[in-house]
Design a protein around this ligand. Structure first.
Ligand SMILES: Nc1ncnc2c1ncn2[C@@H]1O[C@H](COP(=O)(O)OP(=O)(O)O)[C@@H](O)[C@H]1O
Ligand SMILES: [Mg+2]
Length: 158
């Protein structure tokens, strides 16, 4: 029997370390394909919200290898990957100062992960906007198939 992923909220860690994973990729696929822009996951604590978001992140980042045994594997186009901005409000946020610190921290960790910078880190409203704009400028939508095709087209021309 597989180990239970107690306290683990990161999808890649569950798969890499071979913990038991209840396949929620059908729900993820349906949610993505429905095309709705915003979702509010209203479930109590420990109902799998964080792990589900982490699963969505891995899908959008195109981490094909993690999904080999799961529902979504042969349905998703793994040649396309998207940069993911993840805003996390975990922790004790009972004071305005703690909230501000957390917002700045989460914006910084996105900047580091995505390799982009915003100038106005103290003005988090502007920084969030910059984060989106800079991420879009840097990545757009990366389509590995078209990159591969253009590489092979270049090769066949030489
Ligand atoms: N699809 C799943 N497969 C296996 N275990 C799961 C799954 N979803 C949730 N869990 C278990 O439930 C725990 C709580 O999930 P979590 O995502 O942290 O909940 P929430 O964010 O809603 O509080 C996880 O640490 C994991 O042990
Ligand atoms: Mg959570």
């Amino acid at each position: 029997m597989k180990k239970l992923p107690i306290g683990i909220q990161t999808f890649s860690e569950i798969i890499d370390k071979d913990y038991l994973y209840i396949d929620k990729t059908k729900e993820a696929y349906k949610l993505i394909e429905s095309g709705t822009k915003f979702y509010f996951l209203s479930r109590p604590r420990r109902f799998g919200k964080s792990l589900f978001l982490s699963t969505l992140q891995s899908i959008f980042e195109g981490k094909e290898d993690l999904f080999r045994d799961l529902y979504i594997y042969d349905k998703w186009d793994w040649s396309v990957s998207y940069p993911v901005i993840k805003i996390d409000f975990f922790g004790d946020l009972r004071t305005p100062q703690a909230l501000k610190k957390r917002i700045i921290k989460t914006l910084k960790s996105n900047q580091e992960r995505l390799g982009v910078e915003c100038e106005s880190i103290e003005d988090y409203g502007v920084c969030f906007q910059e984060l989106i704009e800079e991420t879009y400028k840097k990545y757009g939508i990366v389509n590995f198939e078209s990159v591969k095709n253009s590489v092979s087209a270049t090769k066949s021309n030489t």
